[in-house]
Design a protein around this ligand. Structure first.
Ligand SMILES: Nc1ncnc2c1ncn2[C@@H]1O[C@H](COP(=O)(O)OP(=O)(O)OP(=O)(O)O)[C@@H](O)[C@H]1O
Ligand SMILES: [Mg+2]
Length: 248
């Protein structure tokens, strides 16, 4: 089943920058798609349209066949985006309050909010830090908190924009394991990353953006040989990150 679709999605900013051009993409429920591409190729602008954070200049985004503009609250709930800059996503005074923010805004009862917060913090391994002030967390812990904030909304589609930036090796493994576990639970995963070697062994699909357009879209094994021409580094191999020898 197609869960998310863009039709002729085009974004032209007021300064004339045509950031994405006529993008037609469909995502199947439960798939794990990776989006790569050089800096400025339009990846972040593209995914920010998926839940209406940006509105297209032309074209549209459909969630289960319905334009997301018909119900933006639903789009925001079903499509969770975890940004590269986790700090910008932190809103609460404590870790627990931060995770509670989304469910509270959905109008859940205090009991439901408390249960969701507990369950979500456990799933990302942050229960022991529930009362900590978010800005005191490490970078990797902040990333996990950002994941928790999104998971608390129980989105079906989870978009990660460069989830590995700034993380140490244990942080990378933790985030990757979280992503894989969400995928196993049936969530649709869309991940923007330059670090193909960390994820491609797990992904169903590799999309390459180039100059605001989709240059390649297919099984990683078919697309990989051509990524070099779009400014994307070829991975060292197809081994998953857990089995890699880390070279910093
Ligand atoms: N608000 C804005 N106003 C004008 N131009 C913008 C705006 N936001 C993004 N752009 C431009 O749109 C293009 C695509 O930007 P985008 O952030 O999507 O790139 P990206 O592929 O995510 O790059 P990176 O790998 O560096 O994160 C760039 O040329 C960028 O300068
Ligand atoms: Mg980006």
């Amino acid at each position: 089943m197609i869960i998310l679709e863009t039709r002729h999605l085009t974004k032209i900013f007021p300064d004339g920058t045509e950031a994405v051009k006529d993008i037609n993409l469909s995502f199947r429920e439960g798939e794990f798609a990776v989006i790569a591409g050089a800096n400025g190729s339009g990846k972040t602008v593209l995914v920010r349209h998926f839940n209406g954070l940006l509105m297209p200049t032309r074209g549209e985004v459909l969630l289960e066949g319905e334009p997301i503009t018909k119900n933006l609250v639903r789009a925001r709930t079903q499509v969770g985006i975890i940004f590269q800059d986790s700090d910008s996503q932190i809103v609460g005074q404590t870790v627990a309050e931060d995770v509670a923010f989304g469910p509270e805004n959905l109008g859940l009862s205090p009991e439901e909010v408390a249960a969701t917060v507990k369950e979500t913090l456990e799933s990302v391994g942050l229960s022991h830090l529930a009362n900590r002030r978010p800005h005191l967390l490490s970078g990797g812990q902040k990333r996990r908190l950002a994941v928790a904030g999104v998971l608390a909304m129980k989105p079906r589609i989870i978009v990660f924009d460069e989830p590995f930036t700034g993380l140490d090796y244990p942080g990378v493994v933790q985030v990757l394991n979280q992503v894989l576990s969400l995928h196993r639970k049936g969530h649709t995963i869309i991940m923007v990353t330059h670090e193909l070697e960390k994820v491609l062994a797990h992904a169903d699909r590799l999309i390459v953006m180039h100059g605001g357009e989709v240059a390649e879209d297919g099984p990683p094994g078919e697309v990989l040989g051509r990524v070099g021409r779009y400014g994307v580094r070829q991975p060292y191999g197809n081994r998953p990150v857990e089995t890699m020898t880390w070279i910093s």
